[in-house]
Design a protein around this ligand. Structure first.
Ligand code: BMA
Length: 396
């Protein structure tokens, strides 16, 4: 299924590396179940392989990685991750914000055509893509940070329900175009809608004047039912991703479950965690932050085990990475703490905004010359981490 730094591991991995057979077959005895029972065999294989790999590996992901980096823009085949390590990440994150309203670019100025081509190319090279969606508010036309109580109007029975369908239809159409150029197969994607809903910054977020828990659940369930049942979508793995900053660390796992739509509606037990990794509003000492980070990972690892699902750090990082050993000490060491933290399948780090165009230091992965780049190479070389170059047959 994958090859990882063969030189430094034992005979077993050597055997795996020499074998062309996938380690896992799709129909291997397993009780793993996807939200979409009719998922394509490549989608099932991806989910099954993520699950099987998770105890031994962590896949590295990066948002917008081939669109731009801190010091470059629109250079085909480039990524800050590739600049530093020689490999693309294993997971490519993209955002669908602004889809479906005649815009041909997303909210960060990346054309949907580019995203489509990148998703297909990543699949053809054996890598994985995931979508988030900073959806504009279909009721007010405001951004996803619009603080309007729009969910009530968008869910079934609401006055603007049809508007939500229009947006989802645009996604169905876009999704339909994700066809491999080498095999004619529809590309499996990890879809992560309505993220960080336990925060109060998006219009689908928690709050008296925003969205009630019940309405959020209704929004989530409708989204999945519509895509899966009405539109026959079969290439998606659904990730649920509340934000750590609004969880009570002393009441995990309970406080994870705010808005949880039910086991039949979630494939990936995700977590967005910037809070413990160096958020400007978190003044806790590094040792406490690390301890809390570990506890948050333990919680999702445990939940995933109990529910027989996949756990992931669906979004996170430390803006500017002001810790030279961040990658090995904060991320890797935490992930390796125990059997629950080891269950995390992948970690997606947020985008490296282009400094010149956006005029800000807004990046979450190193670039060549950055103070954490050396440590990132050690992280990359560690047998536990997986980048695109390490992947083989993840869809088989
Ligand atoms: C946020 C920031 C924004 C960006 C949005 C969607 O966290 O990075 O600048 O527009 O994600 O990518």
């Amino acid at each position: 299924m994958f090859i990882k730094k063969i030189g430094c591991v034992g005979i077993l991995l050597l055997f795996i590396a020499c074998s062309t057979e996938p380690l896992i077959t799709v129909n291997s005895p397993s009780t793993l179940q996807l939200v979409s029972e009719a998922a394509t065999k490549e989608t099932k294989a991806l989910y099954s392989n993520l699950s099987k790999m998770s105890d031994e590996q962590l896949l590295f992901g990066h948002q917008n990685t081939t669109a731009y980096g801190v010091k470059w823009y629109a250079e085909p085949e480039r990524s800050d991750i590739k600049d530093v390590t020689g490999s693309f990440p294993a997971i490519f994150g993209w955002d669908l914000g602004h889809l479906g309203q005649g815009d041909n670019k997303n909210l960060d100025g990346i054309s949907f055509d580019f995203i489509k081509k990148q998703v297909i190319a990543a699949y053809d090279r054996g890598a994985i893509s995931t979508f988030s969606w900073h959806m504009r508010d279909p009721v007010t036309g405001g951004s996803s940070w619009d603080k309007a109580p729009s969910v009530k109007a968008l869910i079934p029975g609401g006055s603007d329900h049809d508007k939500l369908k229009t947006y989802l239809d645009a996604f169905v159409e876009f999704n339909r175009s994700l066809i491999s150029t080498t095999s004619n197969i529809q590309v499996p994607v990890i879809f992560r809608p309505w993220h960080e809903h336990n925060g109060d910054w998006f219009w689908w977020g928690k709050g008296e004047n925003l969205t009630s828990e019940q309405d959020y659940i209704s929004l989530w369930r409708f989204t999945i039912d519509y895509l899966r049942n009405e539109k026959g979508v079969t290439n998606l793995i659904y990730a649920f991703s509340p934000d750590r900053s609004r969880m009570d660390i002393n009441h995990l796992p309970d406080s994870y479950f705010y808005g949880y739509p039910g086991d039949n509606y979630v494939d990936i037990i995700g977590l967005d965690n910037y809070w413990d990794l160096g958020h400007p509003s978190n003044n806790d000492a590094l040792s406490l932050r690390k301890n809390n980070f570990i506890r948050s990972l333990e919680a999702i690892g445990k939940i995933a085990k109990e529910k027989n699902k996949v756990a992931a750090l669906t979004e996170g990082g430390m803006e500017k990475i002001a810790q030279a050993d961040f990658w090995t000490e904060m991320i890797l060491d935490s992930m390796l703490t125990n059997e629950n933290t080891k269950r995390i399948s992948y970690a997606l780090f947020w985008r490296n905004a282009n400094k010149e165009r956006e005029n800000k230091d807004h990046y979450y992965a190193p670039y060549t010359g950055h103070s954490s780049a050396k440590d990132f190479v050690s992280f990359f070389q560690h047998p536990y981490t997986v980048f695109e170059n390490d992947l083989l047959n993840i869809y088989k």
